[in-house]
Design a protein around this ligand. Structure first.
Ligand code: SF4
Length: 118
């Protein structure tokens, strides 16, 4: 993952990004979110980070300051036809973008869908 070399968190304490609780409503997760938010807000690769966490189904940790619950909500919304304003901000293939986000020229099919289309 080349984008990780430019991550704002590369010198931060990794434990900040992995709270010792899976309960997103807990105080401890809230504290971790408050600690990582300023780092992620200034991160030049926050979009790539969020896309990677979504695409690889990361079930743990704060990626781009999102919790696993946040990311499940984004994936559910995508399945319902609602793209995420950050992760899906690039032009996407209209045929597959909601399930498999693949970059494409706006309104055109991605290479994979072009191959499938007779
Ligand atoms: S968005 Fe946050 S978690 Fe993701 S690479 Fe940047 S600093 Fe790290």
């Amino acid at each position: 993952m080349r984008w990780q070399t430019r991550a704002a968190c590369r010198d931060a304490d990794p434990e900040l990004f992995f709270p010792p609780s899976e309960d997103d409503t807990s105080t401890i997760v809230a504290r971790h979110r408050m600690a990582v938010a300023p780092i992620c807000q200034g991160c030049p690769v926050a979009t790539e980070c969020l896309r990677w966490a979504l695409d690889t189904g990361q079930d743990y940790g704060l990626w781009a300051a999102t919790t696993p619950t946040d990311r499940r909500a984004i994936r559910r919304a995508r399945l319902a036809g609602v793209p995420d304003p950050v992760a899906d901000s690039d032009p996407m293939c209209p045929a597959c973008s909601l399930l498999f986000a693949l970059p494409a020229v706006d309104g055109e099919l991605c290479p994979t869908c072009r191959e499938r289309t007779p």
